[in-house]
Design a protein around this ligand. Structure first.
Ligand code: BJW
Ligand code: ZN
Length: 249
């Protein structure tokens, strides 16, 4: 149920930012991390998503990324991604801040996407920095190695204990601090520093709206909690925003 307050905010907003997490891609068939049946309920994050884990067992880490690269190449954006892509045209400023590495926002047509945790389609040599695409890396046998210097290649994603890409992070903070409405969608808000963005936006004056089938650590701070799957709620929110903005013209 969408409140009058949210309807009015959608009618007037000039700037909207949306933080997305694994939940928005769940309906496309990409597994989440911490939900029931999620990746971390079966595997240890420090073994798969950390430099220590990679150095200890690069075969295991590459096997996991190889599987996920194949899944993410096959899946398609869902109505939740598409509703966000349409919203970009509705508000003067609209930014997606994503923790996801699956590229589905860009594939659904969004153009302003700040990727906080990297992108599954990119890889680079840990020694010389040369970049590699997935086709090249996936065709190599064993642990992918740099054809120029022989160094190990890694996926261009952010592991635990690593810094986020500075430009993307700064852009995300600016989008959060200037938002009239901040949407937190499909994230457990368990991983820092991304999880601090909803609070930052709210402190700076945004209406904080959370979309998730389950309550999270930010639900009690949210001005509106729209409980349900992103693929259902976001198209409804988009339709409501279109109607509200037309009426107020
Ligand atoms: C639906 C749905 C539907 C389901 N519709 N919704 C102690 C305290 C505080 C911080 C730390 C600490 N110890 C260590 C830290 C720092 C650490 C951290 O935050 N750890 C916490 C776990 C405690 N953070 C870092 O290390 C970060 N770097 C950093 O801090 O640098 C500074 C620094 C460096 C060195 C030293 C000290 C400081 C880096 C974090 C990188 C995270 N990387 C990963 C892997 C990326 C690559 C890959 O995917 O392979 O990013 S981990 C994983 O979690 C992934 C995600 O982007 C991230 C967030 O997960 P997300 O998206 O929220 O998914 P879930 O599964 O948790 O939630 C899904 C949600 O969807 C659920 O709520 C469902 O209900 C919902 N849902 N279906 C809508 N249909
Ligand atoms: Zn190299």
């Amino acid at each position: 149920m969408i409140s009058e307050r949210l309807r009015n905010a959608l009618a007037r907003a000039r700037s909207v930012a949306a933080l997305t997490g694994a939940g928005i891609s769940a309906e496309s068939g990409v597994p989440t991390f911490r939900s029931k049946g999620g990746i971390w309920t079966k595997m240890r994050p420090e073994e798969l998503a950390s430099m220590d884990g990679f150095l200890r067992n690069p075969e295991l880490v590459w096997e996991w990324y190889g599987q996920r690269k194949r899944i993410m190449a096959e899946v398609q954006p869902n109505p939740g991604h598409r509703a966000l892509a349409h919203m970009e045209h509705l508000f003067p400023h609209f930014a997606i801040i994503t923790q996801n590495i699956d590229n589905l926002h860009q594939r659904s047509g969004s153009t302003v996407v700040h990727e906080l945790h990297g992108n599954i389609e990119r890889n680079y040599c840990m020694e010389c920095g040369i970049r590699y695409g997935n086709a090249e890396v996936l065709s190599m046998t064993g642990i992918p190695r740099c054809t120029a210097c022989g160094g190990p290649i890694r996926p261009d994603v952010v592991w635990f204990g690593e810094m986020l890409p500075m430009e993307e992070w700064n852009a995300a903070v600016r989008a959060a601090e200037s938002a009239d409405i901040f949407l937190s969608i499909g994230t457990s808000a368990a991983v820092q520093p991304a999880a601090s963005l909803p609070g930052l936006a709210k402190e700076a004056g945004a209406l904080l709206v959370e979309i998730n089938p389950e309550p999270t650590s930010i639900t009690s701070h949210a001005d509106e909690f729209l409980q349900g799957p992103a693929g259902t709620i976001l198209p409804e929110l988009y339709a409501l925003a279109v109607a509200a903005r037309k009426e107020s013209q």
